[in-house]
Design a binder for this molecule. Structure first.
Ligand SMILES: Cc1cc2nc3c(=O)[nH]c(=O)nc-3n(C[C@H](O)[C@H](O)[C@H](O)COP(=O)(O)O)c2cc1C
Length: 207
């Protein structure tokens, strides 16, 4: 197991059944972000991480709209968020919209576009963790509004929005969100989704 140095401890370590790289074990999706800008160099590293993600036939079917607190893109991204996300996500100094190219220049569907955007996002998220930042993905936003606000052409689909920033104090959240922020993280056990010879039958590996 790697033991990479992590800049700051996370408050929500995954309780794993098997050893994980600390960047993965410490990753989680916070709602409390600190009122601290993200350095330009760090933001560029996040996008560079996305850039080097694998993709089907190296098509790289992704694009990102990046807004930083105070700029026009941030304001327009913020207006796309559902109220239940806006209530906390606007504390994040950076908002990013991921966009997938789902149709190629010949009008054919790019079958793995969403998959590849997800890979790029996860690279971005892990790079963020390595730089002491956290990322919270959000599907709760208006795709139509995003398409209109950024003139996203046909053949490209808004996928998720990402709130990016330094960890904040859970005390800044309302009661319900604070409770969520502090509750432990959980996952299905491997035996529920790792199959062997027959679909639905636990793989001998994990028994
Ligand atoms: C595609 C996607 C959409 C999500 N949408 C939202 C959202 O709209 N609002 C929200 O608060 N969290 C959202 N999340 C965060 C998930 O709720 C979170 O990742 C999950 O509960 C696991 O928690 P963890 O990331 O802290 O491990 C989303 C995550 C993903 C991957």
């Amino acid at each position: 197991m790697f033991t990479a140095a992590i800049a700051a401890p996370s408050i929500k370590l995954a309780d794993t059944d098997h050893p994980l790289h600390p960047l993965l074990q410490q990753r989680w999706s916070p709602r409390a972000f600190a009122p601290r800008a993200v350095e330009r160099a760090k933001l560029l590293s996040l996008l560079e991480a996305a850039r080097w993600a694998p993709s089907g036939s190296n098509r790289q079917p992704w694009a990102f709209v990046v807004g930083m607190h105070g700029d026009d893109a941030y304001t327009r991204l913020a207006e796309c968020l559902n109220p239940s996300n806006a209530e906390w996500a606007l504390a994040a100094p950076v908002l990013i919209l991921s966009v997938a190219q789902t149709v190629n220049s010949e009008g054919k569907p790019i079958r793995y576009a969403l998959h590849d955007v997800g890979l790029a996002e996860m690279s971005l998220i892990v790079q963020a963790m390595a730089l002491d930042l956290h990322v919270h993905p959000m599907a709760g936003f208006s795709q139509e509004r995003a398409r209109a606000a950024f003139e996203i052409p046909e053949g490209f689909e808004p996928v998720v929005m990402l709130a990016v920033g330094y960890l904040g104090d859970p005390a800044q959240l309302n009661e319900r969100r604070r409770a969520q922020e502090l509750e432990s993280r959980n996952r299905k056990p491997l035996r529920e989704f790792v199959f062997g010879e027959t679909w639905g039958e636990v793989a001998a590996l994990v028994e």
